[in-house]
Design a protein around this ligand. Structure first.
Ligand SMILES: [Zn+2]
Length: 216
């Protein structure tokens, strides 16, 4: 998420009277220091803040209204940077919540997700779900007179139930792990389910699409 902010440092062209102000010149090194500082400050924020709006648990906003907010200013200070006035476009915002991370790149820009909290993004879980769903469908086609496909279908339903649990565990915890923001919030339940999904997928290893590196 910090990587989204980095290139915005010093990138905005001044307009109108702003051209009269001295504009800071930024180097790649400045951007990298700022990125690391944002990561650090955001991790602290996620640890300490239950909600930025006091109503929606786990809802956080980082951004620029007319001026950058305290988090961006703090990150700049830690990176040894003084943010220029108007250096970041007004209404550049990022929201982190249960759905993922979405951004709006300045006044009037549409919101776009740059990352979503979804267990479906786990390629092993995606593949396993496909196998289990295919089994359930096959069992339904076979009807009630052949018992084996029914067993296979019932077992596949169990796999789908585990995948649903995995998805909810993933949602509840460890949200920002993949972003390098923090692993403090990663809870063991999600980790355990990830392992379980891997073990279950191993049971489907003779199917097409199985990859050796998924071996538990
Ligand atoms: Zn917050």
């Amino acid at each position: 998420m910090a990587a989204w902010w980095a290139p915005r440092l010093g990138a905005r062209e001044p307009v109108g009277l702003e051209k009269l102000l001295k504009q800071p010149v930024r180097t790649e090194e400045d951007r990298e220091r700022w990125r690391m500082a944002i990561e650090e400050v955001t991790a602290e924020h996620l640890r300490d803040c239950a909600s930025c709006d006091n109503f929606t648990p786990g809802w956080h906003r980082i951004g620029v209204d007319y001026d950058p907010d305290a988090l961006l200013e703090e990150a700049a200070a830690r990176a040894g940077i003084t943010l220029g006035r108007y250096e970041l476009a007004g209404k550049t915002n990022m929201i982190l919540d249960d759905e993922g991370i979405r951004v709006s790149d300045g006044y009037g820009a549409p919101w776009e997700f740059i990352w979503r909290h979804r267990a479906e993004d786990d390629e092993i879980a995606v593949w396993l779900r496909q196998q289990a769903e295919a089994d359930v469908a096959r069992a339904q086609m076979a009807g009630v007179f052949v018992s084996d496909p029914r067993t296979e279908g019932a077992r596949a339903e169990s796999v789908l139930a585990v995948l649903a649990e995995y998805e909810s565990a993933w949602r509840d915890a460890g949200k920002y792990e993949d972003l390098g923001v923090t692993d403090r919030s990663l809870n063991n339940r999600a980790k355990a389910f990830k392992r379980v999904v891997r073990l279950l997928a191993f049971g489907y290893r003779y199917r097409e699409g199985w990859q050796e590196e998924w071996k538990p």
